[in-house]
Design a protein around this ligand. Structure first.
Ligand code: MTE
Ligand code: MO
Length: 354
């Protein structure tokens, strides 16, 4: 990362929006309060008794549901790893100014709610409906445009059987910061897809071209490039930083001997096919052992590797590849928004003699 100090604006974003402390990678499910957080505008104040979800647009039967009516419907729980599309941005050069994530914008939750597909079946989309727009209650100004936070999904994707309107996280009502009383959950897609504080679902007969779809969250070379939209999460592996940290640098110190390195790996494109570990900054690699996918297909996979830690300085790295053939690059790739940087993690470790 560049050595320039970060700007006041980046600091403001970084203190409002926190990452998951990497030691929490030890937990298969991220405790509430330690899941990463990203809020573009303000956390809205929501009165649960007057709140309603409106479903309309290109449907035969518009609907309006309160929280009790939603909770009375059949529900299911999905374990999903969520990651911000901007994760890794602070390691891209030249620097891209926005939320300066290093690699901690991730977490795994047990999300419970109703199937979006069931609700859509009841609302009966018209033949000309092509997209579903999700509108949150939070309002702000971005790119000089006043807006509610809203994003769309192709109708086909919205009808996937694991796409939820979630009202619980880890067995408790959604906390205010994660979208109380209701949020969208699209397992496998980058974080911005999962619209929080959901108020309205609108079936559209043409693609949505609002800011969060047409301006933000696209891989663009420059300001003239319309770019490609970000959708599914590219693979990443992270390791629990071993040993103890130095306060300022967070460089690690461990004792010589056999040390079990553990971490987790995920991809929104396909199941994880393998994880490799390097102790020399990425010159040589060895395979880690994958744990079974006990949390289901949308949650990260645990992995471990028994490292023969020899005295000296080492740079530990890990990298994942998925069954679709996506593999983490060694170096970041620049793009205008600083998105989807899944270059391998590097952890500096000093091994001391016992
Ligand atoms: N209404 C609304 N939904 C939103 C956002 C937002 O600012 N407003 N941020 C999005 C982004 S960019 C991310 S990465 C995820 C973060 O979800 P979390 O804060 O619950 O981890 O929520 C998404 N949903
Ligand atoms: Mo995000």
């Amino acid at each position: 990362m560049g050595t320039d100090g970060i700007s006041q604006e980046e600091l403001q974003l970084a203190t409002r929006n926190h990452g998951m402390p990497l030691e929490l990678l030890r937990e298969p499910v991220t405790p509430i309060g330690l899941h990463y957080l990203l809020v573009h505008y303000d956390i809205p104040s929501v009165d649960a008794t007057s709140w309603r979800l409106e479903v309309g647009g290109r449907v035969e039967r518009a609907m309006s549901l309160d929280l009790d009516e939603l909770r009375a419907r059949p529900s299911l729980e999905v374990a999903a790893t969520m990651e911000c599309a901007g994760n890794g941005r602070a390691r891209i050069e030249p620097r891209v100014i926005s939320q300066p994530w290093l690699s901690e914008a991730v977490g795994t939750g047990l999300w419970r709610g109703v199937r979006l597909a069931d609700l859509l079946d009841d609302a009966r989309p018209r033949d000309d409906a092509v997209e579903v727009l999700f509108t949150g209650l939070d309002r702000g100004i971005e790119n000089e445009e006043e807006q509610f936070f809203e994003r769309s999904l192709p109708l086909e994707e919205a009808r996937r059987s694991d796409v939820l309107l979630a009202y619980e996280l880890n067995g408790a009502p959604l906390p205010p910061q994660h979208g109380f009383p209701l949020r969208l959950l699209v397992p496998g897609w980058y974080g911005m897809t999962n619209v929080k504080w959901l108020a309205r679902i609108t079936l559209l007969d043409e693609p949505f071209d609002g800011y969060q779809q047409a301006g933000g969250y696209r891989l663009r070379r420059d300001a003239d490039d319309p770019g490609r939209p970000l959708t599914r999460i590219f693979p990443r592996a992270l390791l629990v930083p071993p040993g103890i940290p130095e306060f300022m640098s967070r460089a690690r110190t461990v004792d010589a001997g056999t040390l079990r390195l553990v971490g987790r790996a995920w991809s929104g494109h396909a199941p994880i096919a393998g994880v490799e570990v390097s102790d020399d900054g990425g010159s040589t690699w060895a395979s880690a052992e994958l744990e079974p996918a006990t949390l289901g297909p949308w949650a990260w996979r645990g992995w471990s590797y028994d490292w023969a830690a020899k005295p000296g300085e080492h740079v530990l790295c890990c990298r994942a590849r998925d069954e679709a053939g996506n593999e983490q690059p060694l170096e970041p790739q620049w793009n205008l928004g600083g998105y989807a940087n899944n270059a391998v993690q590097r952890v500096t470790v000093t091994v001391r003699r016992r």
